[in-house]
Design a protein around this ligand. Structure first.
Ligand code: ZN
Length: 388
């Protein structure tokens, strides 16, 4: 019963989201008006009259669906302002997406003793509550996966302000280089290998794909095979997320400041090589974790611009080795004769660029955009930062 109600709410919210996207698009194409969330909510009333099934669902969840679209557009416009190569116009949501979710912004309660979350129009849902919280619950999000699992996440305002960020020094900060062979290489010389969960599961996935293709589409056995395949994929995703959570927490805990190279993830995603496109998606997730954890724990995350010569530049003397190719994992600096490990050298350079951006007083705050401008300009001839 509850499953059915959650499914209905998912369907209704997705319907509203897609409707809102189309309405917004049409209205813009017709006379250039940009409908606000408020406008969309006004039209939602009429939509509900025409589609009675929407009335079975908690109305605030529907409004939140329209709000999500509104936010998607805000992000889209922000990306345009920031000059992103691919701003990513909001997309329609598919019924078959492997995750469906909706928000309950109000009138839900959590019963810690009985292990239940009471949701309007859905009822008291038996839940494994992972931790108790204090403070004001803000929004509750219900996620359903294609493998038939349900998750509830609740945003709570604990009234605390983010901790202050102490000034980072050379000793308390770390430079991190990310790559395909090694997931991260730190300037300290430590390397964390790339676990390649996907590649390990590839044989099994191929087999499951093959089995699915032999079944009659829509049949019971087909549905079973589809579930098995979905579970296998889910496992890969979970393994990777777990690995990234642990690694990002460790980096944040052990250092006051973390310097990373901001990645051209879009470029990687366009890459036809599977490994690279997957890595691209995984890295942006890893960066996201580092960003929010830095905020939580009062640490500084510095994203160094893409155009800095981090690999080709010798961290010892500043010489830029233009002859360095991708295959050279280890090289000897022609200027000072030092033996360099490609990734460790890059991590050291990233750290230095990051440190310089902290020390050099700049206008309000150092953003990644500003940084990339600085480093790009200096890329052309002399090494940007002197070591001595
Ligand atoms: Zn050198």
């Amino acid at each position: 019963m509850q499953r059915e109600r959650i499914r209905k709410t998912n369907d209704a919210c997705r319907f509203v989201y897609n409707w809102a996207l189309e309405t917004k698009k049409k209205s813009y194409e017709m006379d250039g008006t940009n409908l606000s969330w408020f406008d969309l909510n006004n039209r939602l009333v009429e939509l509900k009259e025409n589609h009675p099934f929407l009335k079975d669902v908690y109305s605030q969840s529907l409004q939140q669906a329209a709000k999500r679209l509104h936010i998607a557009f805000q992000h889209f416009f922000r990306r345009i302002t920031n000059g992103k190569e691919q701003p990513g116009y909001p997309k329609f949501k598919r019924r078959k997406a492997h995750r469906q979710s909706f928000d309950v912004p109000q009138f839900f309660t959590v019963d810690f003793v009985k292990g239940r979350v009471n949701l309007p129009k859905i009822g008291a849902v038996m839940t494994i509550i992972h931790r108790r919280f204090t403070g004001t619950p803000k929004t509750c999000t219900i996620v359903s996966t294609v493998t038939g699992k349900f998750f509830i996440s609740i945003i709570v305002d604990d009234g605390k302000v983010p901790p202050p960020k102490p000034q980072a020094t050379d000793q308390t900060s770390v430079g991190v280089d990310v790559g395909l062979t090694n997931y991260v290489t730190m300037c300290t010389g430590e390397k964390v290998g790339n676990p390649r969960f996907l590649r390990n599961a590839l044989k099994r996935l191929q087999c499951l794909h093959h089995r699915l293709s032999k079944k009659v589409q829509g049949s019971r056995n087909w549905e079973k095979a589809r579930q098995r395949l979905a579970r296998c994929y889910e496992r890969v995703v979970n393994q990777r997320a777990d690995f990234q959570q642990k690694l990002s927490t460790r980096l944040i805990r052990e250092n006051q400041a973390i310097m990373v190279e901001s990645l051209n993830v879009y470029g990687l995603l366009r890459n036809r090589q599977l490994a690279k496109s997957v890595a691209g998606a995984a890295w942006s997730q890893f960066l996201r974790m580092l960003r929010y954890k830095a905020e939580w724990y009062g640490k500084t995350l510095i994203e160094v611009g893409l155009f800095a010569p981090t690999s080709k530049r010798c961290h010892n003397c500043g010489h830029i080795n233009m002859a360095l190719s991708l295959e050279d994992r280890v090289w000897i600096c022609p200027a000072c004769g030092k033996l360099l490990d490609r990734d460790i050298n890059a991590a050291k350079n990233i750290k230095m660029i990051g440190l310089v951006s902290i020390i050099t007083p700049r206008e309000p705050r150092v953003g990644p955009v500003e940084l990339s401008v600085v480093t790009e300009a200096s890329k052309q001839e002399t090494p940007p930062i002197s070591v001595e």
